[in-house]
Design a protein around this ligand. Structure first.
Ligand code: S3P
Length: 426
């Protein structure tokens, strides 16, 4: 992808559907009795991997653009796939599906691409094994491929060492097969889309602070799901609108669930002009329109309980910090090391190439804004959010930027480049 500096960004944009919610709509729809319909579905490669896996397990799924229909067969309706399930690049698919597969009466192997085969799966293997799941890493090193065999699951009271919605959701899904009550207690609350959507499908899940309790149910029931626009995709345009001069953007129907909206708080702390308008709730998920205007940003500190609510947005927050006056410190974010890439290392390395003053720390990074940012030849490492963050960094640079291996953007935002050009004046 080639990016030229821009003079301003103007217009209205509805970014594609939320990735986390799109995955869950397919999974819960498949396990529910009846026909689930989804609108606003994200057709990025990750969510298409989830569709492919459930089709392989005998679920009829029709998809036309962002509309999906799933013929759910109930909790016990999945059938043995005739080959290995491939989740591609998607950690959410692998970790959530492992919870579901632990409760099935058939043996199954799951794998994914080179990145997914390096990401820690012991974080779900451990609690699922405590639930009596027969799940193991085939190479014995806590990594995928995973082999899951039938077993009788039992409930768990799990104190999670990490605030991870993927871990929490995997346990909640496995608990549907225990006929009993399980709890998950997280160090801080991670995104709660599973809890909200499972309840809409007839589950009985209670949230008290960072303690989630899943009570026994007999069935899930089909529903209609409206997927909000993904705040993690909107984040690129929030930062773009703030850092480019004379900009004025309206981002429509963005999911602003409090477990996901940390970036709005941080950018506002940085003196960013973000107005939240037209707030409403759809399927239990808060959504709003965001009005963004160019702003003179200042440095900030990002740390503590807010981190899980903005974990996927840290790469683009680092870009905002590079355009801000003063120092920004990001702490308590070691989880960034186990994302699609080690996002501390990849962002620090590539932003340095653009003359940005940025250093890695043990659990985050420090950025000192104010350097003249230069266009450069940079790499995505096949990480979609790294690629899009670099594209935003390039908008206010002197000179042009080339991003190598930018096709990975299709994992979460297939039309990113055309959406960006539609708003751009050079
Ligand atoms: C996700 C949870 C987060 C997030 C990922 C999507 C989900 O991961 O980074 O992009 O859909 O549950 P962790 O659970 O590893 O924090």
């Amino acid at each position: 992808m080639h990016i030229q500096p821009v003079k301003q960004l103007k217009g209205t944009l509805k970014v594609p559907g939320d990735k986390s919610i799109s995955h869950r709509s397919i999974m819960f729809g498949a396990l529910a009795k009846g026909t689930t319909t989804v609108e606003g579905f994200l057709t990025g490669e990750d969510c298409m991997s989830t569709i492919a896996c459930f089709r392989q397990m005998g679920i009829l799924i029709e998809q036309a653009q962002d509309k999906v229909t799933i013929q759910g067969k109930g909790l016990y309706g999945l059938t043995k796939p005739d080959s290995v399930l491939d989740v591609g690049n998607s950690g959410t698919t692998m970790r959530l599906m492992s919870g579901i597969l632990s409760g099935q009466a058939f043996e199954v192997e799951i794998t994914g691409d080179a990145s997914i085969r390096k990401r820690p799966m012991d974080r779900i293997i451990r609690p699922l094994t405590s639930m009596n799941a027969n799940i193991r890493s085939l190479s014995g090193n806590g990594l995928a491929p995973l082999l899951i065999k039938p077993s009788i699951l039992k409930p768990i009271n799990y104190v999670s060492p990490v605030a991870s919605a993927q871990v929490k959701s995997s346990i909640l899904l496995a608990n549907l097969y225990t006929g009993s009550t399980s709890t998950v207690n997280e160090p801080t609350l991670s995104r709660n889309h599973s809890e909200i959507m499972l309840n809409h499908f007839g589950a009985k899940i209670e949230i008290k602070g960072s303690l989630v309790t899943s009570y026994p149910i007999k069935e899930l029931f089909a529903n209609h799901v409206v997927v909000p626009s993904d705040i993690s995709s909107a984040a690129f345009f929030m930062v773009a609108g703030l850092i480019c001069p004379n900009s004025d953007l309206l981002l429509k129907d963005v999911g602003v669930n409090p477990t996901r909206d940390g970036i709005i708080h941080v950018l506002k702390n940085m003196n960013g002009s973000i107005e939240i308008i037209n707030e409403r709730t759809v399927n239990g998920e808060p959504i709003a329109d965001l009005h963004i205007k160019s702003s003179k940003l200042i440095g900030t500190v990002v740390e503590g309980d807010i981190i899980p609510t903005l974990i996927d947005e840290i790469p683009v927050i680092a870009v905002a910090a590079a355009y801000a006056e003063g120092r920004t410190t990001i702490k308590d974010a070691s989880e960034l090391k186990v994302k699609e890439t080690n996002r501390i290392d990849t962002m620090v390395c590539e932003l340095k190439k653009m003359n940005i003053h940025i250093e890695a720390t043990k659990d985050g990074m420090v950025i000192v804004g104010g350097n003249r940012i230069q266009g450069a030849q940079v790499k995505s490492y096949d990480d979609h959010r790294v690629a899009m963050s670099l594209a935003i960094a390039a908008l206010g640079a002197t000179g042009n930027t080339t991003i190598e291996n930018s096709s990975c953007i299709a994992i979460s935002y297939p039309n990113f480049e055309s959406d960006l050009s539609a708003l751009t004046l050079h």
